[in-house]
Write a protein that binds this ligand. Structure first.
Ligand SMILES: [Zn+2]
Ligand SMILES: [Zn+2]
Length: 431
């Protein structure tokens, strides 16, 4: 039987579609893979078979001699797709597989963007989570997140607490304000991601009842089963979040609690019809025995799209602890943006440039969203994020040490700052 081929290190790994790019295959982590001077057979497979100009046919291969432990070749990468390079050596007229490498080619719009992983809904011990806000933030970096908002129930302050804890500290984690909004007498859970002010803080003031009253007066007829106050309250909240410069997220509509889904189906349908929210939590923080709820949210997302709706989506962990083996790291979003800023992340999500990832421990990860992005996300999860996450883990570990008062950790962070961005610069072909 042929040995299972090893994964070769390949640079660049992300290239511009329809361009000819010199690529270099070498060993992962410095181990020997290709013997100097030896000839290898590199078979090439564009995974979706559009390769008209290069005249690709099954079994298309090059004979390449190894130099300095690497195989170099120029390839025309046609279209937007994944490409497989299958390396074999020939011994006594027989071929033996040695290594495999993967490259992804992108149209200019996606090629120009970078993928960022984030959690837009997570709790600290300031509400019902386990750890301090700053600890949760650092732990998120340790598992590879690029951006995070601490979104405690009814509390905006914990998100600021986490931001303050790392003020002036050289980290690559984008920490933004946030809160889980619970409007009085309204069962809908809403995330204020990145808003400059708190909605929860407004519920005790005149602004809220006055605003909702006005909203109710202008609401028009609502379908049977929809509570007018609750409908108006939701509309008011999502509008206030937009005024605050945040992203308003409609959370977990198929949460099964007290023997039924909350909120009611009528209110959920009303919200999909009016679409006052900026993003839909298509993958929410559900435990293994609640995953039905995520299945329903995904089905609802597809159904609404079929009705012609344009639905921006996010995936969130809604974790209530970083070490209880539940939710933390199971669900997150991948967002494609020109840079890692709050404005760019919000614009990307609203612009449908995000997918929701479900990566329950011990199970095969899945991604949900637009087909083009899901396909690319699967490549990133397999070929790019492991290296990205290893760098982020080192930063996260140092952030945790810094919180424990280790001042040397600050120096270590200064040293590592920008390392994930530099990794991306290495993996992306020069345009
Ligand atoms: Zn909630
Ligand atoms: Zn929550």
């Amino acid at each position: 039987m042929n040995p299972i081929p090893r994964r070769a290190h390949v640079l660049p790994r992300i290239v511009l579609a329809d361009s000819t790019v010199p690529i270099r295959l070498s060993a992962q982590g410095g181990e020997g893979l290709f013997q100097d001077g030896q000839e290898y057979i590199v078979s090439y497979y564009p995974t979706e078979e559009f390769a008209e100009r290069s005249g690709w046919r099954p079994g298309c291969a090059w004979r390449v001699r190894s130099r300095e432990g690497a195989l170099s070749l120029d390839v025309l990468f046609e279209g937007e797709q994944e490409h497989v390079f299958w390396v074999e050596e020939e011994r006594a007229g027989e071929r033996f597989p040695i290594a495999e490498a993967r490259v992804y080619s992108l149209q200019p719009d996606l090629f120009a963007l970078r993928p960022y992983k984030g959690d837009l809904h997570i709790h600290s011990n300031r509400s019902d989570g386990r750890e301090e806000p700053a600890y949760v933030a650092a732990a998120c970096r340790e598992i590879g997140m690029d951006f995070v908002a601490i979104t405690d129930h009814r509390l905006y302050e914990p998100s600021l607490e986490a931001i303050r804890a790392f003020e002036g500290v050289p980290t690559d984690l984008l920490l933004v304000p946030g809160e889980e909004v619970h409007p009085p007498d309204n069962p809908v859970h809403i995330i204020n991601f990145g808003g400059r002010f708190s909605l929860n803080a407004l519920f005790g003031t005149e602004a809220y009842p006055k605003g909702v009253e006005q909203m109710m007066a202008n609401l028009g007829a609502v379908p049977a089963g929809v509570n007018r106050y609750q409908a108006a309250s939701c509309l008011w909240c999502f509008e206030a979040i937009r005024e605050a410069g945040g992203l308003g997220i409609f959370c977990h509509p198929y949460w099964f609690t007290n023997h039924r889904y909350t909120p009611s189906g009528a209110l959920t349908s009303y919200l999909f019809d009016r679409q006052p929210f900026d993003a839909f939590e298509v993958i929410g923080g559900f435990h293994r025995d609640e995953i039905d709820s995520n299945t329903l949210q995904v089905a609802r997302y597809h159904e609404e799209q079929k009705r012609g709706k344009r639905i921006p989506i996010v995936g969130v962990s809604d974790a209530h602890g970083c070490h209880n083996g539940e939710l933390f790291g199971w669900y997150y979003s991948i967002v494609w943006a020109p840079q890692l800023t709050l404005e760019a992340i919000i614009e990307a999500i609203k612009g449908l440039r995000s997918v929701a990832v479900e990566a329950v421990a011990g199970e095969t990860p899945r991604a949900y969203g637009p087909f083009r992005l899901v396909k690319y996300a699967l490549f990133l999860m397999r070929e790019v994020f492991p290296e990205h996450d290893a760098l982020a883990a080192r930063q996260g570990a140092l952030m945790l040490r810094y919180l424990e008062g280790d001042m040397a950790a600050r120096e270590g962070l200064a040293h590592l700052q920008g390392s994930t961005a530099r990794l991306y610069d290495r993996l992306w072909a020069k345009p």
